[in-house]
Design a protein around this ligand. Structure first.
Ligand code: OTD
Ligand code: ZN
Ligand code: ZN
Length: 344
């Protein structure tokens, strides 16, 4: 197959950032995604309906002329989030709440310290037909960074899913066989997003032959057996797994540093790279479900109606992109060849 046409995809997890940066990130995503679930880890975080609504306006203002791209807003849970905050968010059209264990990833310092006290909030999400999106890693410093996702499943995920049986939960950006198996065996109403980097790479791609800061993201790349498990699960076509790029830009000097930031800016190539992965897996027939159908179905939103066509044609991801601030950023897969291209 040299050409594939699918319903226009959505990105169920990404980071647009704010201000000037939106002029780069919003058009880059709107070029091929119709909707995107926007993560709330700004500084300060988007913790209320009011903040989410004003952020949404800034995103809409950064769309290219004529674009129908729609941001889907989330709020950030903290130890202080109340049931009333959830009700207000519902009224404002916010779809989901994002839970970061405090310190788990970029700008998560205001995240949750005591999960136990948040159960009334989880109940309120379920009652209001909103989703709980989880960064599923423990943050205990004595736990090995490669084991933090599995520990989170054992310490927390199992309980959350059990104790709030009607809550829809998305286990975001899963990276391990443990997480894939957990989701496969979980009750209805539990799903996961998977990033392009965790399908394409393993920890050798970050550490073998030299440290590659542009492949450093959280949750960290795992060993190849986990990568293979993620590839197997998307190849299976299970509707519990869908597209979430976790595109997360940082200026080059913030990545190439003695304490570099985590995040891969994949918006420029994500859809093409997912297509490449499904092609490698001889599973192009499963791409549309993963990219365009299962996420909308899980969120209870209508499927898109437009289509996008990809053609088998090699192109190189740019080595560097200039941000609106003038600073350079190195996109994910920079300088590498991608085998599929969006037909315009
Ligand atoms: N991971 N970087 C960021 C967020 C994600 O955990 C995530 O969702 C970021 O820069 O905001 C990253 O590596
Ligand atoms: Zn995360
Ligand atoms: Zn993210």
């Amino acid at each position: 197959m040299n050409e594939i046409t699918i319903i226009k995809p959505d990105d169920w997890h990404l980071h647009f950032r704010d201000q000037d940066m939106l002029l780069e990130t919003v058009p880059a995503t709107a070029r091929c995604f119709e909707r995107a679930v926007v993560m709330p880890n700004l500084v300060p975080p988007v913790t209320t309906a009011e903040l989410a609504l004003s952020y949404k306006e800034r995103i809409l203002a950064a769309r290219p002329a004529g674009s129908t791209f729609t941001p889907l807003m989330t709020i950030y849970l903290t130890d202080k989030t109340s049931v009333e905050d959830i009700q207000d968010a519902k009224k404002a059209g916010v779809l989901a709440a994002k839970m970061y264990p405090a310190g788990a990833t970029t700008n998560s310092d205001s995240g949750v310290n005591s999960l136990e006290s948040l159960y009334p909030v989880f109940e309120a999400l379920a009652e209001n037909d909103m989703l709980l999106l989880i960064h599923g890693e423990v943050t205990q410093k004595h736990i090995d960074i490669f084991d933090r996702e599995k520990e989170f499943i054992d310490q927390h995920m199992v309980n959350i899913v059990k104790r709030v049986p009607n809550l829809k939960v998305v286990f975001e950006h899963i990276t391990t066989k443990d997480a894939a198996d957990f989701v496969l065996n979980a009750r209805e109403g539990v799903a996961a997003t998977i990033t392009p980097q965790h399908l394409l790479l393993n920890r050798n791609d970050m550490l073998d032959g030299g440290v590659r800061p542009h492949n450093y993201c959280l949750p960290i790349l795992k060993r190849s057996t986990h990568q293979e498990a993620l590839r197997a699960v998307v190849k299976s076509g299970s509707p519990k797994f869908f597209l979430g790029t976790d595109s997360a830009p940082h200026a080059r000097h913030r990545k190439e540093s003695d304490c570099g930031c985590a995040g891969c800016y994949s918006a420029w190539s994500a859809l093409e790279l997912y297509t490449q992965v499904f092609d490698e897996l001889d599973a192009l027939d499963k791409l549309e479900g993963f990219a365009s159908l299962y996420g909308a179905d899980f969120y209870g939103l209508p499927r898109n109606t437009e289509v996008v066509t990809l053609v088998r044609e090699a192109w190189d991801v740019p080595e560097s992109i200039a941000l609106p601030s003038g600073e350079p950023i190195v996109p994910f897969f920079a300088g590498k060849s991608v085998s599929w291209k969006i037909k315009t």
